[in-house]
Each structure stands twice: as C-alpha cells, then as structure tokens.
Design a binder for this molecule. Structure first.
Ligand SMILES: [Zn+2]
Length: 174
C-alpha cells in the first residue's frame, strides 16, 4: 500500500499518511474516503476500500506552515521544469550565485536550468554572465509543496492540490 492524501474538513490538503493509517481513520469514523484507490483491504470482519484521498470529518486547525526543503524535485516543480534563463526544458538546477562565490543552497538562490544555460553561465555571478532570470526565485509555502517534493502524486490528488499550480510540473509525479 502506498500513501493517502488527507484533506481537512474544508478540503484543504493537510499532507499524506500511510494508506493503512487512512484506512484506520475511515474505520474509526474520523474521515471519509473521497477517492478509493481501487484496492480492497480484507480484514477479519470487514472489507474496506483503501482510500487514495480521505477528508477529515472534523476541521483541524493547522497552527504553522511547514518549510519545504530545497530539493531538485521541489525546485523543478516550482519552476515547472522550465529553465529560468531561457525557458527551455530544464534538466539541471543552477545556483544563481555560485556556491564557490558564497551562494547558498536556498530557495532564493536555486533555479531550474537547461544544460546549455548552466554551461554558459559557468561559475560566474549573474551580473557578470550577462544572463537574466525570467523571474525571481521565491520560497514556496504550504503543504502542497511538501507533498510534491515528497514523492508520487496520483492524478486524483491534483484537483485538491490546485491543478493549475501542478499542471506545469508533470515530472513531479515521477
Ligand atoms: Zn536555458
């Protein structure tokens, strides 16, 4: 069994749990299955559909926003797999201020880039390279990005995660 997406009572995504945990939530009347996976779990006295998406019956207040770790996958998702210098398909990530010049491995300094741009920019500061970013890199917020960065995103989750944001990032589902 894989993982299930957990929605708040408001349908806002909260995160993912092991599918087995989602089954327990449904059996315990804590959550309703919104999308089944198609798999059925046979226990001693019950058979229950394994949920792909569950929605909590009670609204849960989320007190803080998780910070999303900088990873190749998450950067690609944020930048829609587009090179932030030329717009071509990106197959690498680039440190805008090179690490050798003190640039950090941080959201505001890492962008998706195609290999030709990466090679062209080399170990230079943006200003010295004569290249320009199409937009300033930002720190993504919220649980959606944690989920995207965390692994497989089944199609049926997309409508709850905000399809428009993720449509540009098909490889995030890989
Ligand atoms: Zn490029």
């Amino acid at each position: 069994m894989g993982r299930s997406l957990v929605l708040n009572a408001s349908y806002e995504p909260l995160g993912t749990v092991a599918a087995r945990r989602a089954v327990v939530l449904v059996l315990g009347d804590k959550a309703d299955c919104v999308h089944p996976t198609g798999f059925v779990l046979h226990a001693e006295h019950v058979s229950v559909e394994v949920p792909s998406v569950v929605r909590l019956r009670q609204f849960v207040h989320v007190p803080f926003r998780r910070r999303v770790a900088v990873s190749r996958r998450a950067v690609m998702a944020r930048d829609g797999h587009r090179c932030q210098y030329c717009g071509a398909h990106a197959d690498s990530i680039d440190h805008v201020t090179p690490r050798s010049k003190g640039g950090g491995h941080t959201w505001d300094n890492v962008v998706a880039a195609c290999r030709p741009c990466n090679v062209r920019k080399r170990d230079r500061l943006l200003h010295d390279s004569g290249m320009r970013l199409r937009r300033a890199p930002v720190v993504p917020h919220g649980v959606i990005w944690s989920i995207v960065a965390g692994g497989t995103v089944p199609d049926e989750w997309l409508r709850y995660l905000g399809e428009s944001q993720l449509a540009a990032a098909p490889a995030a589902a890989g």
